[in-house]
Ligand binder design. Structure first.
Ligand SMILES: N[C@@H](CCC(=O)N[C@@H](CS)C(=O)NCC(=O)O)C(=O)O
Length: 233
């Protein structure tokens, strides 16, 4: 029987079935990337709700798996070198799962390179920029008198949406006809625009390719399940 007791995180979030992959997450745009990927891949897993409160993400148990105090994180008891592995950073987890299963990175070496390219675009651009835009439009930053930071991130969000909308012209998914981990990383961030209440300000409805792309994504059964996993409480 697999033993996860070496992982301190299992003291606060014990595994009911330590033989399956353990997911520590919350249903945010970064969190659902991993639950959606796991659902798409049909890998058995156990999902633990880790809230964004300091009591969870800054607990010694959670910090033992991610010193950067952010969800999502995983433990795969069936790790690559014959031992369990703990991982954090959603992009790294997506690549790990895709390589483990040989799925969700297209078919050819070119598909894989393009998948990684768009995944990096999300991790280094779309996610951080939209996250900052959310801070300056919905959260504490929205009250700042100086509106220049807010405008900067709104402008950057508009620019990034235009890049994606153009790229998706005539394409089903971001690298073409194959649905990949890059889509799983990008699409949840597009959904966040509703949450931030900025759809109109960004002219979302004029981005027809993106509107259709997101609708295609949300129709997938695995996406619907992944979006509510783990439950908020
Ligand atoms: N680059 C990280 C970002 C993860 C991230 O920002 N997680 C947020 C929720 S979406 C979080 O855990 N925030 C809690 C905190 O910062 O205390 C990833 O992609 O995994």
């Amino acid at each position: 029987m697999t033993d996860l007791t070496d992982f301190k995180i299992s003291e606060k979030w014990p595994a009911k079935n330590p033989t399956v992959l353990q997911l520590y997450s919350f249903p945010t745009p970064n969190g659902v990337k991993v639950s959606i990927a796991l659902e798409e891949l049909g890998l058995p897993y156990e999902a633990h709700t880790v809230t964004l409160s300091d009591a969870d993400v800054k607990s010694p148990e959670f910090l033992s798996i991610n010193p950067n105090n952010k969800i999502p994180a995983i433990i795969d008891p069936d790790g690559p070198d014959g031992a369990p592995i703990g991982l954090f950073e959603s992009g790294a987890i997506l690549i790990y799962l895709a390589e483990k299963t040989g799925q969700l990175m297209g078919e050819t070496a070119t598909d894989k390179a393009k998948t990684l390219q768009w995944l990096m675009f999300q991790m280094g651009g779309l996610g951080p920029m939209l996250g900052q835009m959310g801070f300056f439009t919905k959260f504490a930053g929205s009250e700042w008198e100086d509106k220049r930071p807010q405008q900067r991130y709104v402008d950057e969000a508009k620019r990034l949406l235009a890049v994606l909308d153009k790229e998706l012209d005539g394409k089903e998914w971001i690298i073409g006809s194959h649905y990949t981990i890059a889509d799983i990383a990008i699409a949840p961030w597009l959904r966040a625009l509703v949450f931030y209440g900025v759809k109109e300000r960004l002219g979302w409805a004029d981005h027809t390719n993106l509107v259709n792309y997101l609708a295609r994504f949300e129709k997938r059964e695995a996406v619907q399940k992944g979006l509510v996993t783990p439950p908020r409480s």
